[in-house]
Design a protein around this ligand. Structure first.
Ligand code: SF4
Length: 415
């Protein structure tokens, strides 16, 4: 059984927002105009407070008739909508039973927004807490949020004093310290800031930006494993710009022949799609879609695949890929403070982009073109399947960490 991610959000006060992308506050649910409602495919677990509210409502409605509902009918209606075993909303044909024909929530329609449970009220807003600090984001799984994330004109805007404030806030909240190392956390913040600068540097191609980030990440990962001092030295050196020049000079345009590179790419991408096909499906269509894409792209063999790829390269995907990667780095990179696996987080972001891009290649092959709506649909579909399943996320991270298939040379070849 799939339960939509329970986002651990506390009451949001504006002054508590330490970092949020500039589009965060502009989000508005598309409601009945949404192409893919969030009230289907996953079961929504109900928080304790809302659960009590629903029970109270059932009891209250027992005593007090509404004009348009008779007692028994209302009671039965709400009771039927609750899954008493899992404390979630009941599902019918893959949809929440309270979803009406206009794709609106009946609970909200009749009793107002205060009757929504925490998850329904907050989705797609998400908050990550690091040592009492908060970072806000919108989930790419919501098509409306995906539209904002992928089309945002401005660069990702984070509070300029962020690190300074963070340091102060951390001092104040030192007593609430959780499992992470404060110094390492601040260093990761610095690194992520540098990655944002690289990713948004439009004087380089996205491919070169990714290569640069991956090269730095490898060095930072090694330094992190050696200890804090080593990590500090690595960052200082990079910031002095020495390493950067070195990396750009060495940019692995690479030692392999073009043919070998193509083979490497074909094997890597087709294997990735096979791996993704094995994941726990959140939506029934996932497996089918993966199989269809696989057939469209890889069954014809290497030359056919390269033809489709070359055809797709006429599309300008630079801005979309930049935004997509920014999202994944923003949401996941700092999680490296808990497990020390920052290289996995970066590779996960790149791999996610590569998989969604493969789907886009297959879509273009079928439809003859690829539109913004396609990118939105493919990205939010990917996010639903991967980001909202702890199991899938964990499995992918473990694979990236342990499997030699995900070494950087294969990723470089696939770019
Ligand atoms: S997926 Fe997003 S836009 Fe669609 S109904 Fe849910 S919150 Fe609203």
């Amino acid at each position: 059984m799939k339960i939509r991610n329970n986002l651990m959000m506390k009451k949001i006060k504006t002054q508590e927002i330490m970092a949020a992308p500039s589009y965060y506050k502009k989000f508005q649910c598309a409601a009945s105009k949404c192409k893919d409602t969030c009230c289907q495919s996953w079961q929504i677990s109900i928080d304790r407070r809302s659960w009590r509210k629903y029970l109270y409502l059932i009891r209250k409605e027992r005593k007090q008739n509404r004009n348009d509902w008779n007692d028994k009918k209302t009671r039965q209606w709400i009771q039927k909508g609750l899954d008493f075993r899992t404390h979630s909303f009941a599902m019918k044909d893959g949809k929440c039973v309270f979803l009406d024909r206009d794709s609106l929530c009946r609970l909200q329609r009749i009793w107002g927004a205060e009757l929504l449970c925490n998850i329904c009220r907050r989705y797609p807003r998400h908050m990550e807490v690091y040592d009492g600090l908060k970072e806000f984001s919108l989930s790419l799984s919501c098509p409306e949020a995906a539209r904002m994330i992928l089309t945002e004109k401005e660069n990702l805007h984070l509070d300029l004093d962020y690190v300074k404030k963070t340091r102060n806030a951390m001092r104040k909240r030192a007593s609430k310290k959780r499992c992470q190392d404060r110094e390492v956390f601040l260093m990761l913040l610095k690194i992520r800031k540098n990655f944002f600068l690289i990713l948004q540097n439009q004087s380089l191609s996205v491919k070169d930006r990714i290569i640069e980030i991956l090269e730095i990440t490898e060095k930072i990962q090694t330094a992190l494993e050696r200890g804090k001092d080593c990590l500090k030295r690595e960052i200082t050196e990079y910031e002095k710009n020495k390493k950067r020049k070195e990396i750009l000079k060495k940019n692995p345009k690479n030692d392999l022949s073009e043919m070998k590179k193509k083979e490497q790419r074909y094997i890597f991408m087709s294997s990735c799609c096979e791996v993704f096909e094995q994941l726990e499906p959140i939506q029934n269509k996932w497996k089918k879609q993966m199989q269809k894409e696989w057939k469209t792209l890889y069954v014809g063999g290497l030359n056919e695949y390269e033809r489709k790829r070359a055809d797709f390269q006429k599309e300008n995907t630079e801005r979309i890929s930049e935004k997509f990667l920014m999202y994944f780095l923003y949401v996941y990179f700092l999680g490296g403070v808990y497990d020390g696996q920052i290289e996995t987080k970066v590779k996960f972001a790149i791999l996610s982009w590569l998989v969604v891009r493969e789907w886009a290649i297959a879509r273009k092959e079928k439809m003859g073109k690829i539109l913004l709506d396609d990118w939105i649909e493919l990205s939010s579909h990917y996010s639903r399947e991967i980001e909202h399943s702890e199991e899938n996320l964990e499995m992918i991270e473990k694979m990236i960490e342990k499997h030699s298939m995900f070494q950087k040379n294969n990723i470089f070849a696939a770019l």
